[in-house]
Design a protein around this ligand. Structure first.
Ligand code: ZN
Length: 399
């Protein structure tokens, strides 16, 4: 699609046809008519224009219900690109993706410090480089970042990892880059990505749990993200799972799930056990990471296996609490812990069964993410994709 055609699209898009095709496509013109109050002639005329501009394409014949088989329409995947950014504790990860979420290019920038100026400068520099190297139209930049984010204002309210508070990230980046920007919390963006491109495509009520240095979660209820009153919903990491624990959490309490079952907690736990003399054939105190723990567990190392089982039980206990309240049909787990599969999931499920109500456990599935380490950047792309035709201001970078 030629640059600058987006304004034209917006003027044609008075009927929301593009939004229907984006959300439901591939879809026939007849089915678009059923979902709108538009006449078939008007839909034909509009879609013809959109095909000519290059945002739509016909992709063959759909199922017939008796008459002539319909021609299906979908957004042309390479009509334009979207940039997805994950602002994590240790790096800034960037992808350039097409409208089907297929990654075209990717890069990662390792953070050497967490000061505001350093992070903003390198975020902008890396984004400018991607924009300047991209010939095609870019529809916008989605940002998935750690901490509390007010998506309605594009403000990073609080970041536990960066030295900043109340940063107007959307405003700063839009001014600097002349592209539309949407900022959301990383786990909520992951949930959007899982719902659009991942294992939760068919689900309207699901929970996404991200296990990394901390433990975060996001809830999708009736197909909508639930943010809570202060954009703080989903803090599963701060459910108390061990009342008499001496492990202090970053929130100040003791015995939170995050303090006991995050990647950081697991590593600290193994180190402590080795220090007090527990034996492991494969793990050495000096250089432990989750990957090494998982590899040791796969080889049958008792210390590593016990740790993973304990971890699964803590997670299962916290999940049962959430399940009993919101009754999701699917739980998606993101994180390196998925590499262990069987041992971990078996124990999560057993614990959920122990603490969860029978009625809430009916039809419940627990699955690993298929987007995995790309779940945050793909989620960031989804932020823009979901808002493409909903009136969010779209600027062209070639102005
Ligand atoms: Zn806590």
């Amino acid at each position: 699609m030629e640059k600058g055609n987006f304004n034209l699209i917006k003027s044609i898009n008075i009927n929301g046809i593009l939004e229907i095709i984006r959300a439901k496509g591939p879809i026939s013109r007849a089915d678009i008519a059923k979902l709108t109050s538009l006449t078939p002639a008007s839909i034909s005329k509009t879609t013809k224009k959109l095909i000519k501009i290059g945002i739509l394409e016909e992709i063959g014949i759909g199922q017939t219900t008796g008459g002539r088989p319909p021609i299906m329409l979908k957004l042309k995947s390479k009509a334009a690109y979207i940039i997805g950014v994950y602002m994590g504790p240790n790096s800034l990860d960037f992808i350039l993706a097409d409208l089907d979420g297929v990654v075209i290019t990717e890069k990662s920038f390792k953070l050497k410090n967490h000061t505001k100026d350093y992070i903003l400068r390198n975020l902008i520099l890396n984004l400018k480089e991607i924009i300047n190297n991209t010939e095609e139209e870019i529809f916008g930049i989605g940002i998935a970042m750690n901490g509390i984010v007010d998506i309605s204002k594009g403000i990073s309210v609080f970041s536990p990892h960066y030295e900043w508070k109340n940063i107007e990230l959307e405003k700063i980046l839009e001014k600097e880059l002349k592209l539309s920007v949407i900022v959301d919390n990383d786990v909520r963006a992951m949930a959007r990505g899982e719902g659009k491109f991942g294992v939760a495509k068919e689900s309207k009520n699901f929970l996404v749990v991200n296990i990394s240095e901390g433990i975060g979660s996001a809830l999708i209820l009736n197909g909508e993200i639930y943010t809570g009153g202060n954009y703080s919903a989903g803090e599963i990491g701060h459910i108390t799972v061990e009342e008499h624990s001496t492990k202090r959490c970053s929130c100040g309490n003791y015995g939170c799930l995050e303090a006991l079952a995050s990647t950081k907690a697991m590593i600290e736990n193994i180190k402590y056990k080795l220090m007090i003399g527990e034996q492991s054939k494969y793990l050495k105190y000096e250089n432990i990471d989750l990957d090494k723990i998982i590899k040791a567990a796969k080889k049958g190392d008792r210390l590593a296996r016990d740790l993973i089982i304990e971890n699964a039980k803590y997670l299962g206990k916290a999940l049962a609490t959430v399940i009993n309240i919101v009754n999701p049909n699917l739980i998606v787990i993101i994180g390196e812990i998925n590499k262990i599969e069987g041992l971990f999931y078996k124990n999560v499920e057993t614990t959920i069964k122990r603490y969860g109500l029978t009625t809430t456990l009916k039809n419940l599935e627990i699955k690993p993410s298929i987007l995995q380490e790309k779940s945050a950047t793909i989620g960031a792309v989804t932020l823009i994709l979901e808002n493409l035709f909903k009136g969010k201001r779209i600027l062209s970078h070639k102005v």
